[in-house]
Design a protein around this ligand. Sequence first.
Ligand code: C2E
Ligand code: MG
Ligand code: MG
Ligand code: MG
Length: 281
Amino acid sequence: EAKDAGRNTVRMYNDAMQAMLNERAGIEAGLRQALTENRFKLYYQPLIDRHRRVSSVEALLRWDMPGHGLVAPAHFLEIAESGSLILQIGQWVLEHACAQAVAWARDPGTQDLVIGINISKRQFRQQDFVQSVKSTVERTGANPARLRLEVTESMVLEDVDTAISKMEALRKLGISFSIDDFGKGFASLAYLKRLPVGQLKIDQSFIHGIESDAGDAVIVRTLIDMSRTLALEVVAEGVESDVQHSFLREQRCDLFQGYLFGKPMTVEEMERMVGTLANAG
Ligand code: C2E
Ligand code: MG
Ligand code: MG
Ligand code: MG
């Protein structure tokens, strides 16, 4: 009996493994196809300033999967990250965000928009990361001052000195940096003050807890104060409610990103949003 159960467990485990492996392989094949068939899309989410103006946007990747519609990164980025596909996807994102910056530079309504671009761990770790960003920017003709690269604490902490030299090199071109998901890692003032970053984005898990968790509210307040001390611009990610927004305003947070102001949207929707706000004065 016990033996049978054991055998069943092993069998189920194998089936589950096989299903997972099939799915992994299927997703990898789908991603490779998406690259050649141009099935990735960049959506854009606004970052709102204290006067409710769109100050910048974040480019967010979507996979337009045949028969499934748009797939969010949570369903495929980890799989892409486990192999070299992420490098090709990262390059695709960089090129398309740069092309968008060029297009937006032509219109007075959008020419000041800074585009936040998420960089993956593997991409940042590449020895030729600086050179590949530089040549993409040059090839596309994008204004580096309109590009902000989002990296995470763990990416930087992997090798702080190398990270700093890569960031410094790109900063010399006019590209700025932001620390994404801040607070989730091992926030440490010691390294933070050495990094050539201009912006911190407080992880949305803390923002969501503002109303329900006194600890989260204290953490958010502390992170905002710390950003001010270090003269860094501070963004609250994942702002969903008026209560969160007014708490953040009271704490003098600089920028707000979240569903309260706009979900990730298409280029056309973003242009409409910027235009509407501009008309509203
Ligand atoms: P992230 O960079 O922290 O981006 C913010 C995520 O929070 C986005 O999810 C956005 O849609 C979501 N979000 C924004 N406001 C709210 C809100 O009010 N409530 C909630 N619940 N969520 C909100 P998304 O687009 O699914 O992306 C997830 C993550 O995938 C990103 O987190 C980023 O780490 C990664 N990612 C997205 N695009 C790219 C890309 O082009 N390259 C790389 N390497 N990673 C990307
Ligand atoms: Mg981001
Ligand atoms: Mg984030
Ligand atoms: Mg993230």
